[in-house]
Write a new protein. Sequence first.
Lengths: 299, 477
Amino acid sequence: MRHGKYPFIIGFLAVPVALYVTFVVAAYLQTFYLSVHQWSGLGPMKYVGFDNFVKIWDDELFWKSIWHHGYLLIALPLVTIAIALFFAFLLNVGGGMKGGTTIGVRGSGFYRVVFFFPQLLALAIVAVIFGRVFASDKSGMLNGLMPDSWAPWLFLADKRWAMTCIVVVLIWQAVGFYVVLFSAGMGAIEHEIYEAAALDGATKFTLFFKITLPLLWNTIQVGWVYLGIAAFDAFALVNIMSVDRGGPDGATSVLAMMIYRNTFDYSQAGYASAIGVVLFFLTLTFAALTLRVTRREAV
Amino acid sequence: MSDITTSELDRRTLLRRAAAVGFASVPAVGMLSACVGGGEEDTTEQATGTKSAENPLGIDPKTGIEVIIFDGGLGTKYATDVDIPLYNKKWPESKVTYSATQEVSTVVQPRLNAGDAPDMINNSGSKLMDFGAVVNAGQAQDLTELFAAPSWDIAGKTVADTLVPGAIEQGTYNGKPYAVNYAYTVFGLWYNKALFTKNNWTVPTTWADFTALCDKIKAAGIVPFGYAGANASYYMVRAIMTSAGKIGTEQVLKDIDNLKPGAWKNDAVLKAAEAWAEIGKKYIDKSFLGLKHTEVQLRQNQDKLAFYPCGSWLENEQAKDTPSGFEYSIAPYPSVTTSDQLPAPALNAAAGEIYFVASKGKNPRGGMEYLRGMLSKEAALEFTKLTKSLTVVAGAADGQTISPGLTSANEAVGKAGKDIFMGYLFDTWYKKLDDESRIAANDLMFSDYNAQKFCDRMETAAQKVAADSSVTKFTRS
């Protein structure tokens, strides 16, 4: 059967590779090609070299968007991972020892399912729901909860807080997935280790920091990369929730939104592609950096 | 014009669109490739026939046409029940292939690029194609012949003769007409006539009257003026621009459209912005910045908001939510100063809703003939009845009582007489400048009330567009 190995492997790989090349690699190559052209999306293209990138450098909105991604990049993984770890720990180890194994807090089976709910909702629906939660008048959920005498909070219509509202929603949606991810990681940690530590009189606090966290490091690292990449997106939420799509006054602008608007609203497909290329390299750099920085010898 | 169209985004469409966006959200970089392709080299054979009195455009009676209609606030009934039967009555052997879409650019743009263009396209909706780019790519048919052809049902006149002033100009790019802007929209301050009569409020004509009335309205516990900042700030841009036009004539707006240096710093623009900033500071409900147009319009229907700046599509758009006894009525924007160049009844009214013929389709002559049918008096009247929107066919709806808002708009047009101006085109020509104006208007009305900053900011943005070689420029005179 040995002589049939390669046809067998090729037969399996041909379709996925073809799909990947057509819909991912080819699309990227076209984007790179477009990024050095001036093109309206219709009609002929004109080669302009690096002009589009020079324009990006001078674009205030671009720097604003980069700033927002920076904010997302710090807030989103940090808060999400912290909350998810806390919940996962409670669900798996928080209940203490019973019959030689660690167990979660009471009702953890139920919470496990509940935490995962947000993940099941399409992002677009989440955005519409939170658009109502954050509505700037009394019809909004949060404003409705406040006393009548208070002036309504503007939330998304307030330049200072609009981006934070978006971050909150992203975190709300992401936490459930990472709870499950970390729970799985914690499940893989040997019970004996906890047992030994508990016998030595370790508190839950020590258990978490000295045992769970180090042994979960690889999983957290993966989560960090995922969330970091998600921080370079945020398109759907911004498009649906924000005032004037990326406003007020660019306060929620993100690169994907700029790409979309330049392509479809401003007929600047070349420029949009250049932003796409920048985004591509940003994401790539981020992933490479994180994996390098968080690399750690096995415990 | 995009004004008519974005407004038609009702909540359901929003949800549907939101869902679509969700799917598209992940591969943001790759999506650009969806629109690659030149579309220069196609040589589709185009159908022609012999010209005659019966067939002034020389169509081939046996070749079919394909029409694509935007399925939005105007509905599609006017096409399926009026225009297509009208066309088929005259040309029974020319089969009309009809389809409707809510996403014109997604459906049509790839077909234009692929050289498989439909013949007549209704370019509208929030996903309309950038029409300047379509013209520039040579994809739109020059409609000079259509406008010179005899009218479908008004004897002795050409199509051009039957239209309101400015109708052709609206679709003219660098001297040639490429689009029929079919719907005729009147812009102004909308209010509930019943509410005003009940409270003995008279419609203001001067700015002093306007602010005095706003004080009274505020005292009555009603928000005097408001618009939706989240997605309808361009209604406010139009209000500011109209005031600027009334202060210093349409020339002010023409200079702005032509990207003339200093156009935005014109004293008329500054005065208009100052006057409106005061309204924003004193009379707007701050939470409107975060609301969508339908939410604010609903407030007006509930008599919680007195004046709303909008176009004449408003009444039809709100038809489902308007309680009985609510009577839509329109008032021209009050004069800002006592030395305004245009009188108080002067109005901004413009043709909108683009219908164009693809130049590289299979049957552009058939497409033009279809448009000639649409521009008949018969089709225009039916359109107005079905959509409660006036058309560019002059006087087609005269003597008809269709609805209070429409009657009011028709009357306002009559009162304004020669002082009707088409307004501005920079919003359709330069989308980026349009966006900047929306942001600047929101800032002016909701957060910093700084007229000078508004002018400076717009001037900078306009000059940036002027200096950008990648943006195709247009001019008007």
